[in-house]
Design a binder for this molecule. Structure first.
Ligand code: ATP
Ligand code: MG
Length: 580
């Protein structure tokens, strides 16, 4: 059972879930245990969302648990800030890990003892070749590797050398511990891989306790074993590492206290067009100030998507739709936008915001409003405020979901969007033009343009208009008025900064471009000085809305205030894209 997903669990039947169902049927495990194992060397991104939804989702669906484990074996690139944000991101997506968050680094003592066990078994040796020699002697696909001269040292010599490594007697690169497997293996990962290296670095968790650190490929399977992970799910690039994963678990085995051998299963990583999913490359964008930070709303990081206004529900739905497979592919980013949009449709209040304001003066406002009183009984809820010269119209916040109501101020001067009046309208244009001066203003009267004012360059800078006082909440009796546009009161509306976004990358596959600068979309951010109705300005940071006719927006979590509202575009209102 999972309440995290829009798709019922029984409908999810990818190859990993099939394996788990079989394992459960065979009563192979007491409980399914998965883990999400990020290295804290950056912020999590869209690719990780897939891994999180899969690992935590499976635990939820099969009555198991999922651990959060930091694979922190490389202290140079790792930071506490990253650790904290990863936790925050996982929780925001709606998942809870089992117990405390774990660290591979808290297993360093055990891993060290197991490395000693391997030496004692004759399964590991200290190599004093330079890293270059080690690389050269590994051979290639065409050529078998050349065994190191240190490969045949005695167990006693190796134990001494490994102890020396641990005690700081070697500089970085002078000595490594290698698994003794097969220098002729067709799998390069089995040609005596390095399992420990010297690094004179303090570690964010263990301080200066260690000057040797286990390699990821050694730490990972054994950390899984320590935690009793049953299904260790990772991306396809680790398939070639699986033989070593199994080797390490088997060699340590029961003798080393491993009761249950974890198994690794690989699925295809998530690739989305116009998107980068690599912490290293995303870090470059942050370091070079190409974006405003890890949480820039254009970033495919969870922090960025959160600030952009994407919803956890939408992201989880997207992962469900993408599914889990064994072959690599690229997902259309519009599928992500589709899922986000779906999650917003019935959950966000509506409001009016004019993104490119064009002033409209209603020349018969006072005269028309005199008649308002007499229309009071016709089902329109409104109140006339004499002092403010404002008609306050009460409207529901959503047309068919109960989200309460609000008052919208209607005044003598309003703004409409510049795009809603065209001097020379293109064919099929349904809004205002000199030839089609009449239109309905959403939630209020029918408006008729009587005059446009041009600047020296011939641009329309202001409109004059009248309203038909008989049309509040109903159509005129003698004619048909086509089209509805949104508007905001000029005197009661609030100036707001609105940020519109396009894809951060202009090219479909930014990872294929060697210089990331060449892949960027120069139009990824547009900042507009807009005007919004008071109900939008008065919202709390983090509130999402549908701006009528414009799209979904969120009051920015960092910069928004009621006096100076700031909104980020989440996603446009609709797209022609339909998922399969
Ligand atoms: P990056 O290259 O961005 O650093 P990574 O794979 O090195 O990614 P880790 O922190 O090691 O990042 O990843 C944690 C987990 O997330 C791993 O199990 C990894 O397989 C998974 N993961 C990372 N990127 C993707 C992706 N694009 N699609 C699916 N899963 C992913
Ligand atoms: Mg990595």
């Amino acid at each position: 059972m999972s309440d995290h997903s829009t798709k019922p669990a029984e409908q999810k039947n990818d190859f990993i879930r099939q394996i788990i169902r079989e394992d459960i049927a065979a009563q192979k495990y007491q409980q399914i245990v998965t883990r999400f194992p990020p290295e804290p060397n950056g912020y999590l991104h869209l690719g990780h969302v897939k891994s999180i939804c899969l690992n935590f989702g499976i635990a939820d669906e099969f009555g198991g648990v999922c651990n959060l484990r930091y694979d922190d074996t490389n202290p140079t690139a790792e930071k506490q800030d990253y650790i904290d944000n990863i936790k925050n991101d996982v929780q925001w997506l709606g998942f809870e890990w089992s117990g405390e968050a774990r660290h591979a680094s808290s297993y360093f003592d055990q891993l060290y003892a197991w490395a000693v066990q391997l030496i004692e078994q004759g399964d590991a040796y200290v190599d004093l070749q330079t890293l270059e020699q080690i690389r050269d002697n590994r051979g290639s696909f065409a050529e078998v590797g050349k065994p190191s001269t240190h490969r045949e040292a005695t167990i006693a010599e190796n134990l001494q050398l490994f102890d020396d490594m641990k005690n700081g007697k070697f500089k970085e690169g002078e000595a490594v511990l290698r698994a003794k497997i097969d220098m002729a293996s067709p799998n390069m990962n089995m040609r005596d891989p390095i399992i420990y290296r010297v690094m004179h670095q303090s570690h964010h968790q263990t301080g200066d306790k260690w000057c040797i650190y286990p390699m990821y490929d050694f730490a990972h399977p054994l950390s899984d074993a320590i935690e009793g992970i049953t299904h260790s799910i990772c991306t396809l690039e680790f398939a070639d590492h699986r033989p070593f994963y199994d080797w390490a678990v088997e060699k340590i085995g029961e003798k080393g206290g491993i009761k249950l051998a974890p198994h690794q299963y690989e699925f295809s990583r998530l690739n989305v067009d116009h998107t980068l999913t690599s912490k290293r490359k995303l870090k470059q964008l942050v370091d070079e100030n190409i974006v405003s930070g890890w949480d820039d709303p254009r970033m495919p990081t969870i922090a960025g998507m959160r600030r952009r206004g994407y919803t956890p529900e939408g992201l989880r739905d997207f992962c469900d739709r993408v599914g889990v497979a064994k072959s690599d592919g690229v997902v259309d980013f519009r599928l992500l936008e589709f899922s986000i949009r779906q999650s917003l449709e019935t959950t966000t209040a509506r409001g009016m915001a004019v993104l490119k304001p064009l002033k409209v003066t209603i020349t018969n406002f006072d005269e028309a409003l005199k008649e308002w009183d007499s229309l009071k009984d016709e089902g329109v809820v409104a109140r006339w405020d004499n002092e403010q010269n404002t008609l306050w119209l009460t409207q529901p916040n959503h047309p068919n979901v109960d989200m309460g109501e609000r008052e919208i101020p209607f005044t003598e001067t309003i703004y409409i969007d510049q795009g809603d009046y065209e001097l020379e309208p293109p064919k099929g244009y349904k809004r205002l033009s000199p030839e089609k001066p009449e239109i309905r203003l959403r939630n209020t009267y029918v408006l008729a343009i009587t005059e446009h004012v041009l600047d020296d360059a011939g641009n329309v800078v202001e409109l004059k208009a009248t309203i038909d006082p008989t049309t509040l909440g109903k159509n005129p009796e003698d004619r048909k008025v086509k089209g509805v546009i949104h508007w905001v009161s000029a005197s009661q509306g609030v100036p707001a900064t609105v940020r519109l976004y396009e894809q951060l990358f202009a090219v479909a596959d930014p990872s294929s471009v060697s210089d990331v600068h060449d892949a960027l979309n120069p139009n990824s951010l547009t900042v507009l000085e807009a005007v919004v109705e008071p109900s939008l300005a008065n919202s709390a940071a983090g509130t999402r809305f549908q701006f009528e006719r414009e799209g979904y927006f969120i009051a920015d979590n960092e910069d928004h205030s009621n006096d100076k509202p700031v909104f980020n575009q989440i996603v446009s209102l609709r797209d022609t894209f339909k998922p399969a």
